[in-house]
Ligand binder design. Structure first.
Ligand SMILES: NC(=O)c1ccc[n+]([C@@H]2O[C@H](COP(=O)([O-])OP(=O)(O)OC[C@H]3O[C@@H](n4cnc5c(N)ncnc54)[C@H](O)[C@@H]3O)[C@@H](O)[C@H]2O)c1
Length: 253
């Protein structure tokens, strides 16, 4: 880190075993102040208190719905008031869905697209403005290997489409913000051991998902968090518009 402590905002960092929470912890370990935005405001606040106590950095967790610009504005404003200048953003909030194409309703399509893709747009737009003004910023967006290989892991057509939208968003925003000192990259994990599939997976399916990976297991949330932390680090200044695969060899190209 530079001598000035900066704040990293992490969305979707409340769930106990999730990638967002692991990323918030990793960033705190590296000296960032941490702002957490999650639908679950109580869990976000609890995560921030735990992180502040464990790593001795300022942290604030607030309720925010990434699909609602007013809610995002209120959450980011609260973080900006309480914490140092925002220099990093990890857009991690998201949902998955295994529904097959002909069973997908328009409502489900909209829900998956809106939380994953539109949410990334809304939060980035709110946060990037002050980064551009400061001439420095790092944004990392959560995509998925499903965007690249056309599903085939767990998520169906809407999920793959939403995560592919995030890749296009990342590339175009990286180009537009390049001259301003703000970098924008995407992370595309394969299957990660978290609770995101809990509502619709089975132990047999989880075993199969692991067996299909050349390294023979699912990623840990910490492994994906380490990649986000690197992309938000000062060292990553010449990386922008890139997609980082982290899939245990499940998609090699
Ligand atoms: N787990 C995997 O195998 C895997 C693989 C590739 C990509 N991903 C992506 O990683 C991200 C995190 O997944 P995870 O496995 O940690 O899941 P998770 O369910 O543990 O965490 C997701 C978090 O996002 C929050 N969230 C959901 N909707 C929100 C909204 N509208 N506004 C604010 N917060 C919201 C949830 O409350 C939760 O804390 C997701 O974008 C997911 O698509 C996960």
């Amino acid at each position: 880190m530079s001598t000035e402590q900066l704040t990293a905002i992490v969305t979707g960092a409340a769930s106990q075993r999730g990638i967002g929470r692991a990323t918030a912890r990793k960033l705190a370990q590296q000296g960032w102040a941490v702002g957490i935005i999650d639908l679950d405001g109580d869990a976000a606040a609890a995560a921030a208190s735990e992180i502040a106590a464990e790593f001795g950095v300022p942290a604030l967790g607030v309720a925010g719905n990434v699909t609602d610009p007013d809610s995002v504005d209120a959450a980011v404003t609260a973080i900006e008031r309480a914490l140092p200048r925002v220099g990093g953003l990890a857009n991690i909030a998201g949902i998955t869905s295994p529904t097959r194409f002909f069973e997908t309703t328009l409502e489900e399509w909209n829900r998956v697209m809106t939380i994953n893709a539109t949410g990334t747009y809304i939060v980035s737009k709110r946060v990037a403005a002050s980064m551009v003004e400061a001439g420095y910023g790092r944004i990392a967006n959560m995509s998925s290997v499903s965007a690249i290989r056309g599903g085939g892991v767990f998520g169906g057509v809407p999920y793959s489409a939403a995560k592919a939208a995030i890749l296009g968003f990342t590339r175009a925003l990286a180009r537009e913000l390049g001259p301003t000192g703000v970098t924008v990259n995407a992370v595309a994990p394969g299957v990660v051991s978290t609770d995101i599939r809990a509502a619709s997976s089975t132990p047999e399916l989880e075993e199969k998902l692991s067996a299909d990976v050349p390294v023979g297991r699912q990623a840990t949330a910490d492994e994906v968090a380490a990649l986000f932390a690197f992309l938000l680090s000062p060292d990553a200044g010449y990386l922008t518009g890139a997609t980082y695969d982290i899939n245990g060899g499940s998609h090699i190209y």
